[in-house]
Write a protein that binds this ligand. Sequence first.
Ligand code: PAJ
Length: 282
Amino acid sequence: MQTIRDIDTLRKAVVELKKDGAGIALVPTMGALHAGHLALVAAAKAEADHVIVSIFVNPAQFGPNEDLGRYPRQEAEDAAMLEAEGCAILWAPDAKTVYPEGFASKVSVAGVSSGMDGDARPGHFDGVATVVAKLFNQVQPDVAVFGEKDYQQLAVIRRMTRDLDLPVRIIGVPTQRDADGLALSSRNAYLSEEERAAARALPRVLGEAAAAIQEGADASEALGAARAKLEQAGFNPVDYVEMRDAETLETVSALSRPARILAAARIGTTRLIDNLAVMPVR
Ligand code: PAJ
């Protein structure tokens, strides 16, 4: 595996990989890799001949009071994992390479970027869309793989890719979880032992709400109950617990099409997000 940090070298290496018509899959990440990221790499391998993983802790998607400074960075360990998975290239540019002096452009995806994390983290999805568009242009992959863990992000990227005719096929991979149900996340590293134990409530409570709604409970009551249970478990504040259309992310109040329950809540200083499918019973 080659670790590359400048765009010229990247372009040459990609041309080399693509000769004889080989396909390329890109897995964008911010590093501190875990089994969730590696599931994306496995899906990427199944979709293309060569896998390129990017690691870039993107300043543009962090708010002024967020965790950019303390976001875990462990590139050597990450590189060893990716090498073992048989990745062809680790693309690890620095901030000056991605945002050169005078950088002034932005990709903004209306609609799906608003509400939920779009409200809780102003500017976040503009930062994500901009960097992902840049990564697509830098790497020029045939396929790019993202996790359902960040469900609204996946919707933003799908919308952007369609809207801008980006020649990249987007693949979504189901959320990978620990044995107790908590979604794997680089941010779980921030949790104390007690917080980690309490955090289990997040997937459990969403599962209970999803089951209740599927069984016919009133959605707004079930979502309100879920919020109360999260608060009781020690989450403070609960940013949102919402049900949205699984595809358009439009607000839905009754279950007629596949939907998704999405939530974000803080435990101690750590903000966790999760989401689950809710299927209309036929
Ligand atoms: P990061 O949080 O590092 O996540 C990289 C990719 O891994 C995302 O597509 C995310 O949804 C996926 N992922 C994380 N945890 C997962 C889990 N438990 N199961 C399945 N997939 C999981 O998301 C980002 O980075 C950034 O916003 C990025 C897209 C790289 C743009 O900067």
